[in-house]
Design a protein around this ligand. Structure first.
Ligand SMILES: [Zn+2]
Length: 227
């Protein structure tokens, strides 16, 4: 296989994941009588201009609510390959895409507006938003491993515990917080910005994966234990 073939195969895998993720949410929205508006995925290297401001590769993949586009930094994916190897990287890429589309779903459902970007800390809205996006990624992963594609087989054959650990590791390095901080008008002390912990992210991804039910992703319920 040539390098060009490998790149092509890789792109096809990304497109297959994106189509599966948006196909899944289209069906879910239809069930509740709401139209899902598809979000384009914009791939970039180096730097990109968005309605949320300019971003560089330091930011990694992110979702911009203002233009409703998912921005995927291809250098970040390349780094994942270096870190995890081609095999280990493929589910992680799918997870990152599903997490970012989870933010798009939150935007369509108006969940973003529950978040005060100036609030930080372990039970802040920003953390609840991240954990819910992880859970939504898990819900899609349930779908992708159980529902056959037209080929007759599910898109993803199996998700191992290692896959989940790698995905959570990658999740800690994606750039949503940066964008949320920018949306807050620059008044956020980024050093105080709290991600969910790895254990929390794993818990919520797994909740989505086990249940396959977006309603189980109730991270904004004040009575729920975030983990
Ligand atoms: Zn996020």
């Amino acid at each position: 296989m040539t390098g060009a073939d490998a790149n092509k195969r890789e792109e096809c895998a990304l497109v297959a994941s994106i189509n599966s993720i948006q196909g899944y949410w289209t069906e879910q929205f239809e069930r509740s009588g709401v139209k899902y508006q598809a979000a384009p995925t914009k791939f970039f290297r180096g730097a990109v201009n968005t309605a949320c401001g300019g971003a560089t590769s330091d930011v990694g993949p992110f979702y911009c609510p203002a233009d409703a586009d998912v921005y995927i930094d291809l250098d970040f994916f390349k780094e994942l390959k270096t870190r995890f190897g081609a095999q280990g990287g493929s589910f992680v890429e799918a997870y990152v895409l599903a997490h970012e589309y989870g933010h798009h779903v939150q935007n369509l459902l108006g969940i973003n507006s529950k978040v005060n970007p100036r609030q930080t800390g372990p039970t802040s809205g920003a953390v609840r938003l991240e954990l819910q996006a992880d859970c939504y990624a898990g819900v899609w992963a349930n779908h992708a491993t159980t529902v056959p594609t037209p080929s007759g087989k599910p898109l993803i054959q199996e998700i191992s515990d290692d896959d989940i650990r790698r995905a959570v590791d990658a999740a800690g390095r994606i750039g949503d917080d940066y964008i949320q901080a920018k949306l807050g008008g620059g008044h956020v002390d980024e050093s105080k910005f709290t991600h969910g912990s790895s254990a929390q992210r794993e818990k919520w991804f797994t909740t989505g994966l086990r249940t396959g039910n977006p309603n189980a992703c109730n991270t904004f319920d004040p009575k729920v234990s975030l983990g």
